[in-house]
Design a protein around this ligand. Structure first.
Ligand code: PEP
Length: 249
């Protein structure tokens, strides 16, 4: 059975005191949907965020991690370090990581392996750029991103994977894929999974949409049959907006 998930990616926003303030605000909100709720603060604040949300249903997740267990990788954070501060889920492959930190499908495959080996859940992000869509190549790009980073996995690994389709042209731009564009791509993603892993895994897969989801458009996007939730950037930084999106289910 797939789940509804709404995850807030805070990116490089909110210092320690701002993190505490936002979490206090989040904890005051009322949840009327049954969606799983996640927040991804910056890594230096994960421990604090984990402690502050302990008695709530908000899961604190990481925005990134390294593939190695430990060693000479200055500035990096491993899966076991994340687990040691209570984090059980990691976002991998965000388009900003791909664009600004040169993360390739091959590197992401190693990160996915490391997370799964450490019994972590992965929110795996991918999506086409505007030029790809204009050229009609969006399905080829998305299909390749999924195959290159995930298709070496055993079928059983997919119970710990959530997919997040995030068209790069819609991230932080105010531009949203239309609900129909999101549905078409999510259906394609499910078909892609089905072609390799079969009906059960493809139907059980939770597929999130990300790209300028706001309270005003969440309901329509989430109403599409293959859209199971959202990965939210800007609107996740305001407690009321974030919960309006969560409650759009
Ligand atoms: C994101 O960064 O994953 C994202 C979807 O951002 P925004 O909602 O701001 O477009």
């Amino acid at each position: 059975m797939r789940k509804n998930i709404v995850a807030g990616n805070w990116k490089m926003n909110n210092d320690l005191s701002q993190t505490e303030v936002l979490i206090t605000e989040l904890l005051k909100q009322e949840q009327t949907s049954n969606a799983e709720v996640m927040i991804a603060p910056t890594s230096v604040n994960l421990f604090q965020a984990f402690n502050s949300t302990k008695n709530s249903n908000i899961e604190v997740v990481a925005q990134n991690m390294h593939f190695a267990d430990n060693g000479a990788y200055t500035g990096e954070i491993s899966a076991s370090m994340l687990k040691s501060v209570g984090v059980k889920t990691v976002i991998l492959g965000h388009s900003e990581r791909r664009a600004y930190f040169n993360e390739t499908d091959e590197l992401l495959a190693k990160k996915v392996d490391a997370a799964l080996k450490n019994d972590m859940r992965v929110i795996f992000c991918f999506g086409e750029e505007l030029a790809d869509r204009k050229a009609g190549n969006e399905e080829k790009i998305v299909g390749d991103q999924i195959k290159n980073a995930l298709f070496h996995l055993e079928a059983s690994a997919f119970k710990n994977i959530v997919l997040a389709y995030e068209p790069v042209w819609a991230i932080g731009t105010g531009e949203t894929a239309s609900p129909e564009q999101a549905q078409d791509m999510h259906q394609f993603i499910r078909e892609t999974l089905n072609s390799k892993y079969g009906e059960q895994i493809s139907q059980d897969m939770t597929i999130l949409y990300g790209g300028s989801v706001k309270p005003a458009n969440a309901k329509e996007i989430f109403s599409k049959p293959d859209v199971d939730g959202g990965l939210i950037g800007g609107a996740a930084l305001k407690a009321e907006d974030f919960y309006a999106i969560i409650n759009a289910f």
